[in-house]
Design a protein around this ligand. Structure first.
Ligand code: CP
Length: 335
């Protein structure tokens, strides 16, 4: 059975709960768990369209947001997701916490756990920190981005957006363009999309294509420095930001040159399929990796991704704090 058929046939088996305490990455999730999260997010999405956007599902639960790196979308959408489910959500600002007095991650984690939260969401510049935290505490830990390693809820919200617009993931060609070497979004999406039977074409300057990336997954992945080859007949184009905060050296001569050689313009986009969709996880550098006419154009789903981020994070919070799909078969059951 080929990869696409395998992913499709597995969709017929329905899980009702996740098989793990934490959500640390996409690499360890199986197809059933990915489908469970996406199906649950679809049910929860309707709540955000109501006049009163709140249900009592997680009443009495406490969610801690612990962000050691800046964030607009992820932190806000986790907070909104918790609040829409009636959880108490607490944002810890690292700059005003005892971390600045030298408290270690272990001590920070133990002290947070002593206050009996129901989930801890963590973003950190160092790869593997959420995994370390998850080993230290009994509380479910959600990785909101660790270094250049993984950003699982971003890949899940991207998958929900593609599924909504294309009706499926299997069999699609997805081009991921930009700074692949420093991108946790590229890694999580590569794991998710290839597991689900899509074909991923990753492209960027040779200096930003990490050696060995083509061995990340068994099959369904192409790595090329020729952006035109990645774009040709693509169903989906994902554009990534240059992660300058993670770059210790120069990987290309100038931003202007990057824009000319690798930026997604209307002209380049014409190489993709006529019904292509364009995505970007944000924040965008307009005029560098993506032209404004493309970011704001008719193929762009960039703000739909943000909307879906709330639904996916509601689903993840629900499933990791004891929720089950068996109790949640339709939006009518979410009162
Ligand atoms: N996509 C994403 O992670 O955005 P933020 O850095 O604003 O959370």
């Amino acid at each position: 059975m080929n990869r696409e058929a395998r992913a499709t046939s597995q969709e017929t088996r329905k899980l009702t709960a996740l098989k793990r305490k934490d959500l640390l990455g996409i690499r360890e999730l199986d197809v059933d768990e990915i489908n469970l999260i996406l199906d649950t997010a679809e049910v929860f999405k309707e709540i955000s369209t109501r006049e009163i956007k709140k249900v009592p599902t997680l009443r009495g639960k406490t969610i801690v947001n612990l962000f050691f790196e800046p964030s607009t979308r992820t932190r806000t959408s986790f907070e909104i997701a918790g609040k829409r489910l009636s959880a108490d959500t607490i944002n810890i600002s690292v700059s005003t916490s005892s971390v600045v007095k030298g408290e270690t991650l272990i001590d920070t984690a133990r002290n947070l756990e002593a206050m009996v939260p129901d989930a801890i969401i963590i973003r950190h510049a160092v790869a593997g920190v959420p995994h370390q935290l998850a080993r230290m505490v009994k509380t479910p830990v959600i990785n909101a981005g660790d270094g250049a390693h993984e950003h699982p809820t971003q890949a899940l919200l991207d998958a929900l957006t593609i599924r909504e617009h294309k009706g499926r993931l299997a069999g699609l060609k997805v081009a991921i363009l930009g700074d692949i070497a420093h991108s946790r979004v590229a890694r999580s999406n590569t794991f998710l999309l290839t597991k689900m039977g899509a074909f991923v074409a990753v492209s960027g300057p040779q200096t930003l294509l990490p050696p060995g990336y083509d061995q990340l997954v068994d099959d369904g992945l192409m790595v090329t420095p020729r952006i035109e080859e990645a774009l040709e007949d693509a169903d989906v184009v994902m554009v990534l930001r240059i992660q300058r905060e993670r770059q210790k050296e120069s990987f290309f001569p100038s931003l202007k040159e990057y824009a000319v050689r690798f930026g997604l313009t209307e002209e380049r986009l014409r190489l993709a399929k006529d019904d292509v969709i364009v995505m970007h996880p944000g924040p965008m550098n307009r005029g560098v990796e993506i032209a404004s006419e493309v970011a704001d154009g008719p193929y762009s789903l960039i703000l739909d991704q943000v909307t879906n981020g709330v639904a996916v994070r509601m689903a993840v919070l629900y499933l990791l704090t004891g929720g089950s799909a068996a109790k949640l078969t339709s939006s009518e059951s979410v009162q």
